[in-house]
Design a protein around this ligand. Structure first.
Ligand code: URA
Length: 213
């Protein structure tokens, strides 16, 4: 998997205008039928350079296994390729002031900055099925008004959003099949979704087995 430098370099250069750090490439060959799209890397991924290698990654591996999939059967990437960080001041136990840079959701301008990368990957992978991991991917691909709670676990088919020459999103000429489900980290904040999340991946297993996508 290679990306043209002329695509990446201007994006990395512009990261400085935002609170974005590091860069994580998508993982896998440009050949699998299934593409997984997350939100943005966290601290661990910025260090390892591999998507979903932190806490959320362990959850992702469990759910992939439910669907009978392994990482080498899928292409994994995210909406934003650099880590969006916030600023927090904390007082540690010794009473010292410590500056923290916690992960945060990517902002619309950051999603727009990284949009050509995701468009490029989708154009190269030509996935038969895209698993949108969480609301960020779902909104970026289909519609800002869509929510995971209302659409998870069911196939959606239609044109997706891609960046046009005028720098605005437009509908892709071709249709894609999207399977929306929860972001693997969602379970850390809301244990109640666990049974729905497992049911989604069981459902995905059936969809894959019956090739109904
Ligand atoms: N969340 C993502 O969307 N991607 C990662 O690589 C890690 C967490």
């Amino acid at each position: 998997m290679t990306y043209p430098r002329e695509l990446i370099d201007p994006i990395i250069a512009k990261n400085n205008e935002f609170d974005l750090e590091g860069f994580v490439f998508g993982n896998g060959d440009f050949s699998p039928e299934i593409m997984l799209i997350g939100e943005a890397p966290g601290e661990v991924e910025i260090r390892t350079g591999v998507p979903f290698t932190g806490r959320a990654g362990k959850e992702l591996d469990k759910t992939l296994a439910i669907a009978g999939l392994t990482r080498d059967q899928v292409y994994i990437t995210s909406v934003v390729r650099s880590r969006p960080f916030g600023h927090k001041t904390k007082i540690d136990r010794a009473g010292h002031t410590v500056q923290k840079r916690p992960n945060r959701l990517p902002k619309p301008q950051e999603i727009l900055l990284h949009a050509p990368l995701l468009d490029y990957e989708i154009s190269q992978v030509k996935p038969k099925l895209i698993v949108a991991l969480g609301g960020c991917a779902l909104k970026r691909l289909i519609d800002n008004k869509m929510t995971i709670s209302a659409s998870h676990g069911r196939l959606w088919r239609g044109p997706i959003k891609q960046l046009g020459a005028d720098g605005k999103y437009e509908a892709s000429p071709q249709d894609y099949t999207i399977f929306p489900t929860f972001h693997p980290a969602a379970i850390f904040y809301n244990r109640k979704i666990e049974s729905d999340l497992i049911a989604d991946w069981e459902q995905l297993k059936e969809i894959l087995a019956s090739k109904s996508y």
